[in-house]
Design a protein around this ligand. Structure first.
Ligand code: HEC
Length: 300
C-alpha cells in the first residue's frame, strides 16, 4: 500500500513537471533590443522568392507550408504554422532572434543561415500576411566595412580600451552608444569579459580585465570584440593580446577527461560505469535465478 502510494506520487510529480515545462515553453523571452531589430533588406517579391527556396530546404519539413496547417504533428511542441496569428504577432526582430537562438527541437540557424538569408526567410513568411507592413532598419550593411575597431590594454589599471570609428568619405566618425561585447577565447567557446557596454561620445568603451586569466605559454589571449550599432550593423574583430598569465597547460587530450578515449576516462566515470553495469548484470542474474526456481517448483 505504502509503495503504491509512493509510485503514484512520484509519477504525478513527473507528469506535472513535464506538462508545466511545455506550458512555459510557449513564450520566447526575447530581449527588448533584439525585439526591436528590423531588417535592412526591403522585403519584396525577389527577397520572398529567395526566402521560399531557403524555407523549402530548411523549415518546411517541420513547419509545413504557411497557412496550410500541415506542420509535423508528431513533434512536441508542434511546430507552429508560420501564418498562425501567434507567429505573425511576433516582431521581425523576434523572428530573427528565434532563428538565431533556437530552442529544443527548433534548431538554431546561427551557423547555417547568414543574416541576409534569415531576413529573406522572414520576408517569405511575411509575404503571406496581407496586413503586414514592414518597418525598415536604418542600418546600412555596406557601411559595416567602414568600421575600424582598435583594442588596447592598460597594464596599470588592467583595463581593455575598445575604440570604434568609421572612416566615412567625409571624415572619421566615432560610433556613439554602440553596444560592445568583449570575449576571450577559451577551450570550449568564448568567455564574455565584463558586462556588455556602450561606447561613449568618443566611441570608447573600457572593460575591466581579470588579473588571473590564463593565456598560452607566452601569456597571449585571443580577444574578440563584437560591435552592434544601429547604423553600421554588426561588426566583429579579433586580436591577440599578451595579457594572460603564461600557462604551460597540457593539451586537452593528455589528461583524464570525459571527452578522452576509454583508457584516459576519469576514474569516477569508470567506477560509476562499472557499478551500473554490475547492477544491470546482477538484475539479469536475479531474474534468471528466479525463473529457474519457478520452473523447478513447477516440475516438483
Ligand atoms: C526540426 C524541426 C524544425 C525545423 C527544421 C524548424 N523548426 Fe521552427 N520550430 C520548431 C518547433 C518544434 C518550434 C516550437 C518550439 C517551442 O515553442 O519551443 C518552432 C518554433 C519556431 C518559431 C516560433 C513560432 C511561434 O509562434 O512561437 C519560428 C518563427 C520558427 N520556428 C521558424 C522556423 C524557420 C524559419 C525555420 C527554417 C529556417 C524553422 N523554424 C525550422 C521546429 C522546427
Amino acid at each position: 500500500m505504502f509503495k503504491e502510494n509512493i509510485y503514484y506520487k512520484v509519477s504525478t510529480i513527473l507528469i506535472a513537471t513535464f506538462l508545466s515545462l511545455n506550458v512555459f515553453a510557449q513564450n520566447w523571452d526575447v530581449p527588448a533590443d533584439k525585439k526591436a531589430k528590423n531588417s535592412y533588406l526591403k522585403f519584396d517579391d525577389a527577397t520572398s522568392k529567395e526566402g521560399e527556396v531557403i524555407y523549402t530546404k530548411n523549415c518546411v519539413s517541420c513547419h509545413g507550408n504557411p497557412g496550410k496547417g500541415n506542420s509535423l504533428k508528431t513533434l512536441n511542441p508542434i511546430p507552429p504554422d508560420m501564418l498562425s496569428t501567434q507567429t505573425q504577432a511576433l516582431t521581425d526582430g523576434e523572428l530573427f532572434y528565434i532563428l538565431v537562438a533556437g530552442r529544443m527541437i527548433m534548431p538554431s540557424f546561427k551557423n547555417i543561415l547568414s543574416e541576409n538569408e534569415r531576413w529573406k526567410v522572414i520576408s517569405y513568411i511575411r509575404g503571406f500576411n496581407k496586413k503586414y507592413v514592414q518597418v525598415l532598419s536604418k542600418t546600412d550593411p555596406n557601411k559595416s566595412e567602414l568600421v575600424r575597431i582598435s583594442t588596447s590594454f592598460d597594464n596599470k589599471t588592467n583595463k581593455i580600451k575598445v575604440e570604434v570609428k568609421a572612416n566615412e568619405p567625409k571624415g572619421v566618425v566615432f560610433l556613439k552608444d554602440a553596444e560592445i561585447m568583449l570575449f576571450a577565447k577559451r577551450n570550449f567557446g568564448r568567455l564574455q569579459i565584463d558586462n556588455t557596454l556602450r561606447t561613449n561620445n568618443e566611441g570608447v568603451a573600457t572593460f575591466n580585465f581579470p588579473k588571473d586569466l590564463p593565456g598560452d605559454k607566452a601569456g597571449n589571449v585571443e580577444i574578440f570584440v563584437k560591435v552592434n550599432d544601429d547604423i553600421y550593423g554588426e561588426i566583429e574583430s579579433q586580436s591577440n593580446l599578451k595579457i594572460g598569465i603564461p600557462t604551460d597547460k597540457p593539451g586537452l587530450n593528455e589528461k583524464r577527461a570525459i571527452w578522452n578515449v576509454m583508457a584516459k576516462a576519469p576514474i569516477w566515470l569508470l567506477i560509476t560505469y562499472t557499478f551500473c553495469m554490475l547492477l544491470v548484470i546482477s538484475c539479469f542474474i536475479y531474474i534468471f535465478y528466479n525463473l529457474y526456481r519457478i520452473q523447478k517448483s513447477g516440475i516438483n
